[in-house]
Design a protein around this ligand. Structure first.
Ligand code: ADP
Length: 260
């Protein structure tokens, strides 16, 4: 923009240029701030499990741990290492989505039936040990959208993981698909779990935001699941609606344009 500004340009005509330079700068500064915040968060999130892995390993190595404590410590090391693997996988997923959107590239798209996505998600959850005390159901109609199957699987999986994670023994999770006449298809994941307080509802899609950090960590959460869901929805031109009430439950509806 500076190239446009010449000595003989009247002041009034300079105003839009100055404004655009100013807003570009603010955008760059915001991006930089977000990047710094993200790096600080990632470092912190990785440091916690690493510190505990290192601590337990040292206790075993130096012989301070009694022989009967060793299996328990080894299990803690395993849990923390698994948490790190999950976190690194989520970070890589987000960064590949970020890179693709910055480059303006679209993932490979095909016609996908959300009902198949939902049914396969329920099948996969049968292998999830935490699911044992939660009943999981899938119902609805065929709902064809233009999408990337792997990303839609991930979107459904993340919503379903949360519906199970933030639930109680005996809780229910229902995945529903529907197609309306006005050209929209929906995938809805509803649970009757702990719910999300009103004041936190607008923040849960931010990276690393958690209502209850210890609960999220204890159940294998990384704080990135819904940020990934938001990204995947955006790629599919889909809208997300969150309805939740503490102690009643949470319903998340993702609305896609129907495939032509
Ligand atoms: P996490 O890995 O911590 O689950 P997410 O990004 O998936 O991270 O979710 C962010 C936070 O939103 C969670 O830590 C939790 O506090 C809240 N949350 C998400 N889904 C639900 C749900 N179905 N019921 C209650 N709380 C939820």
């Amino acid at each position: 923009d500076l190239d446009h500004i010449q000595d003989n340009v009247p002041y009034k005509e300079l105003v839009p240029f100055a404004e655009s330079i100013h807003s570009d700068r603010i955008l760059r500064e915001n991006n930089e701030k977000m990047r710094q915040e993200f790096t600080a968060n990632v470092s912190h999130e990785l440091k916690t499990p690493l510190t505990s892995i290192s601590g337990y390993a040292e206790l075993i190595e130096t012989g301070i741990a009694k022989p009967e404590d060793v299996p328990g410590f080894a299990q803690k090391i395993h849990v923390e290492a698994s948490r790190m693997i999950q976190l690194v996988n989520d970070i890589l997923q987000l960064s590949s989505l970020d890179n693709a959107s910055e480059a303006g590239s679209e993932p490979e798209m095909e016609t996908v039936d959300l009902l198949t996505v939902a049914k396969d998600c329920v099948e996969r959850q049968k292998l999830n040990a935490r699911r044992a005390y939660i009943s999981l159901n899938c119902l609805g109609e065929s709902a064809l959208v233009h999408g990337n199957r792997a990303l839609l699987d991930e979107l459904c999986q993340n919503l379903c993981d949360n519906a199970i994670r933030y639930n109680r023994p005996g809780g229910k999770v229902q995945i529903t698909t529907a197609c309306s006449r006005d050209g929209h298809c929906t995938l809805t994941v509803a649970d009757n779990g702990i719910g999300i307080p009103k004041e936190a509802q607008s923040s849960v899609f931010e990276r690393f935001y958690r209502v209850d950090k210890s609960r999220s960590k204890a159940t294998g959460g990384t704080g990135l699941g819904l940020a990934i869901v938001k990204h995947i929805a955006r790629i599919h031109n889909a809208r997300i609606k969150l309805e939740s009430q503490v102690d009643v439950g949470t319903t998340i509806t993702v609305t896609f344009p129907t495939a032509n």
